[in-house]
Design a binder for this molecule. Structure first.
Ligand code: SME
Length: 310
């Protein structure tokens, strides 16, 4: 979707447009009024353009905002189309020929080329401004740069509604961030209890620690089984999907291992009665547990964070 080849030349004085946008919007704080005038102004001022307008984040993607031109697609699914890509990546996109782009969403068959710039607030996309042209190759890098300046001016002059700042994507990522952090916190507690249990040897302190370890392990494995693995199994990235399957399988093995340990040693007095056996069996389990936790921290959770974009 990057600009390529020759562009038709449509000289536009973006310095002038920027000043004009400033006078058009200053003095008015209402977001819709300003967005509507910004879109109408550019629709009329930019040569060879058949649509110019906003899309803003909504529950399932982007929803149409104020624009100039013919009625357009109301909703664009999350991450889809040129607008979805520009929003998700928070960067401007030029499409020289929309027919050559598989993920272009056609709202008007007259549109042949397109330029989309994100509206950036503190480095995060809070919407996009989309311009369509009936001319192939209408937009040059100078237009991208000019539109970026104009939208930056727009964002600087208006008060962007709170709901656009907290897009669905950001909210989902917040939940995922919390869940991964919870998994990491479990690991800290599990590692601590395992150390304590190792230090307790075969004394009376061992069984209460084993019970506490079991409680945290059960909660932790449930979070991984119910949330982490199913989410990673849906990843677009085959590498991440395989990793999740492998960890899920191996974690099942560790769970069975702990279950067997628990069955044998949960009875009062069992640890003290067969101390050498307990110490040997616990040491084997502890090694497997600690190795697994380290792997998850450095491999699986890192992959999850990258995959979820947190
Ligand atoms: N073509 C856009 C959809 C919006 S309309 O062009 C107004 C896209 O692919 O995202």
């Amino acid at each position: 979707m990057s600009p390529s080849g020759q562009h038709a030349v449509y000289p536009v004085d973006y310095d002038l447009l920027e000043r004009q946008v400033g006078s058009l919007l200053e003095g008015e704080r209402d977001f819709i009024a300003n967005a509507a005038n910004f879109a109408a102004f550019l629709f009329h001022e930019l040569p060879a353009v058949n649509w110019a307008g906003f899309y803003f984040p909504d529950e399932d993607g982007l929803v149409l905002g104020p624009f100039g031109g013919k009625p357009a697609c109301t909703r664009l699914p999350e991450g889809r189309g040129v607008c979805g890509a520009a929003f998700a990546q928070a960067r401007g996109v030029i499409v020289d020929d929309v027919a050559a782009v598989a993920d272009h969403i056609a709202c008007d068959s007259a549109s042949r080329s397109e330029l989309v710039v994100p509206l950036l607030l503190d480095g995060r996309a809070v919407g996009v401004f989309d311009v369509d042209s009936p001319v192939v190759g209408r937009f040059a890098p100078a237009d991208l740069n000019g539109l970026e300046r104009l939208t930056a001016r727009f964002v600087g002059l208006v008060s962007v509604p709170e709901r656009y700042r907290r897009s669905q994507a950001a909210a989902t990522h917040l939940n995922e961030r919390i869940d991964i952090q919870t998994c990491r916190d479990h690991h800290v507690v599990i590692r601590y209890l395992a150390d304590q249990l190792g230090a307790a040897g075969a004394t009376d302190a061992a069984l209460p620690l084993l019970k506490r370890l079991r409680a945290v392990l059960v909660t932790h494995l449930k979070l991984e089984d119910d949330w982490l693995y199913p989410n990673l199994a849906k990843s677009d990235n085959e590498f991440v999907r395989r990793k999740a399957e492998r960890y899920g399988r191996e974690m099942g093995g560790l769970r069975d291992h702990f279950h067997a340990l628990w069955q044998t040693w949960q009875k009062d007095g069992a640890i003290g009665e067969s101390a050498p056996v307990w110490l040997r069996e616990w040491a084997i389990f502890q090694r497997a547990l600690v190795a697994r936790i380290a792997n998850e921290d450095h491999d699986l959770y890192m992959a999850a964070e990258a995959d979820f974009g947190v």
